[in-house]
Design a protein around this ligand. Structure first.
Ligand code: PTJ
Length: 264
């Protein structure tokens, strides 16, 4: 659905940046409804900037990381997907479809602990059809060692073997790694601390990643465990990030020549 905000500001669908504006307004609406933290707007802007320099598309390196991520989630014993405000505002429906296909829970885990946020994010996920939501019952919560931020409060994440962390800050990724958990990151910044610490880093926009993961999951559910393990073993995260950086350099080099053609 097109957000009210974008309709009111009558941004025509023919606008060259319509899709980008649509998601920008989802984030703004989310902030007004408490789903998104104020800092989430800034995080989104940083993401947009990186999206530009990867060409605003799912590159080959992201596709390889997505395959490794899905294979890992399908073979994990206790996987979980962590959900923050930006993720809930941008892709609630897709996230619920993915969690149901993989049969794994969504856990709300917030950096900014503003009163009422967990409740509204729970509603967003429930409205999208989620039935297995963790991180909402204080009695079930425990604290992650070595982490001071609000993200230390965890539920199923404490016992999970694989944790997918979209749009994350570096501290928790480091803490999860110290606890020997396998971390799958979705982050447009290929050199953020999260991206570098994670076992599998998907450098792409979450709005494209989750639909691609859904399709990959449908295909991979037909594979044998040995085939999934081979996909995981063949994946090299450091090399994949380095190839992503090469791709950015190539894209910028090309833009150095081509961007000005618009003026001709
Ligand atoms: O909802 P909360 O309270 O848990 O807070 C969420 C934010 C995102 C505000 C919090 O985790 C935060 O401050 O994150 P950072 O440290 O700004 O990191 C977010 C990372 O996500 C940055 O590296 C961005 O480039 C990246 N990013 C932003 N938008 C997207 C993205 N990556 C993928 N897809 C996006 N749409």
């Amino acid at each position: 659905m097109v957000p009210k905000e974008i309709k009111n500001q009558s941004v025509p669908q023919s606008h060259p940046r319509y899709s980008s504006l649509k998601y920008r307004h989802k984030i703004i609406e989310g902030m007004k409804n408490l789903v998104v933290a104020e800092a989430g707007l800034i995080a989104h802007g940083r993401g947009e900037c990186f999206d530009y320099i990867i060409g605003e598309k799912t590159n080959e390196t992201a596709k390889i990381a997505i395959k490794a991520a899905v294979a890992t989630l399908l073979t994990a014993k206790k996987p979980v997907i962590s959900v923050n405000g930006n993720v809930a505002a941008l892709v609630p429906d897709e996230l619920v479809i993915l969690s149901k296909l993989l049969n794994i829970p969504l856990e709300i885990n917030l950096f900014y602990a503003k009163e009422g946020r967990i409740k509204v994010i729970t509603e967003v996920l429930k409205n999208a059809g989620a039935s297995d939501i963790k991180g909402i019952n204080e009695d079930m919560m425990t604290e992650l060692n070595g982490l001071e931020s609000n993200r230390r409060k965890v539920d199923f994440i404490a016992k999970a073997d694989v944790v997918m962390v979209p749009l994350e800050d570096g501290d928790r990724t480091e803490a999860l790694k110290r606890l020997n958990k396998t971390v799958i990151a979705i982050d447009l910044n290929p050199i953020s601390r999260t991206a570098l610490w994670a076992d599998i880093t998907i450098v792409d926009n979450i709005i494209r990643v989750i639909p691609e993961m859904i399709e990959t999951t449908k295909q991979f559910k037909k594979l044998h465990t040995n085939e999934l393990i081979e996909i995981i073993n063949n994946f090299d995260n450091k090399l994949n990030i380095q190839k992503t950086l090469d791709l950015i350099i190539d894209y910028i080099t090309k833009q150095k020549e081509e961007a000005f053609k618009i003026l001709e």
